[in-house]
Design a protein around this ligand. Sequence first.
Ligand code: LMR
Length: 396
Amino acid sequence: LFSAIEMAPRDPILGLNEAFNADPRDTKVNLGVGVYYTEEGRIPLLKAVEEAEKARLAAKAPRGYLPIEGIAAYDRSVQELLFGADSALLAEGRVVTAQALGGTGALNIGALFIQRLLNGRVVAISNPSWENHQALFQNAGFEVKNYRYYDAASHGVDIAGMLDDLRALPAGAVVLLHACCHNPTGVDLNAGQWQQVLEVIRERNLLPFLDIAYQGFGAGIHEDAHAVRLFADSGLPFFIASSFSKSFSLYGERVGALSIVTANREEAGRVLSQLKRVIRTSYSNPPTHGASVVAAVLQSPELRALWEAELGEMRQRIRGMREAMVQQLAELAPQRDFSFVAQQNGMFSYSGLTAAQVDRLKDEFGIYAVSTGRICVAALNQKNLGAVVNAIARVI
Ligand code: LMR
């Protein structure tokens, strides 16, 4: 039966973990997957999470089935974080939110919903984008196009190219946008550019789908929601996939959400009813633990303040590592300007390293990065930085 099945290639990101885990070198460094590590090289268990988990354990909470759309308090907390607690959209009951299996799960049920109920056939993603965007939308039956985004020469956004490519899309096409901390480049649109993108989307009758997996890792929780709030004020319908994997360091708990902005409360009710059918036929209903913990943290003023402080520390440590990396590279590889690394946002840097250089980093130095040259700056620390910078200086 299976004799004709070919071996699939390793996943370009998660496949690196497999190779990394199998590498016996104790000097190895994993700059592949987007995971935040502490200065000690550990994935943190946030104190706010620990407190909420203790309380949940003590309460001996039952593990019955959740509603198909997840925990109501969690969905509400997601909305407030995205739109702001005083959002008019929330007061008007225009936003539908369903707990989802991480950001990926949210993208997946969103893509299925658009394909099945809105007859969506075309999606445009940035060039480059997170590797899974293309595969995931293809899997849901979409034709995937690219819009210009990253300009390697300036290490900035090719906004003219982006707007031209968006204008060329057929009406109704989905436009996938990274709301903050663009993955993989770390290069975001500024406020004026967001406004220009919004105007083209409105003119061309496109459907925006915002992916926000790094809220709080750019400039701050509210600042990083700028694009979400701009679209919220626009009156347009749109989709948002959000995730707490990174901001709560709850990667394995798969805690995300899909939110859909509709025209009014009545429409929201119909949209939710159909979204529930998409979810029910995909995985029935979501898991309890992670979302209960996130909701408990976000609803307790003390735990929320603690979480914001911990998130701020993660953000600051990453900034510090960017600056230290730039400084050390300037000393060891003065022939090449890496100052752009300090300007990028979030966990990643699009380093400009070629696939061959990334291979050498792995083979000769045990340093793992994505073949596109994306490195996870959030995995650097004072102990491994020297080795990483030395290796980069050797391969360029
Ligand atoms: C990444 O881009 O490394 C993360 O979003 C993890 C993943 O699922 O790929």
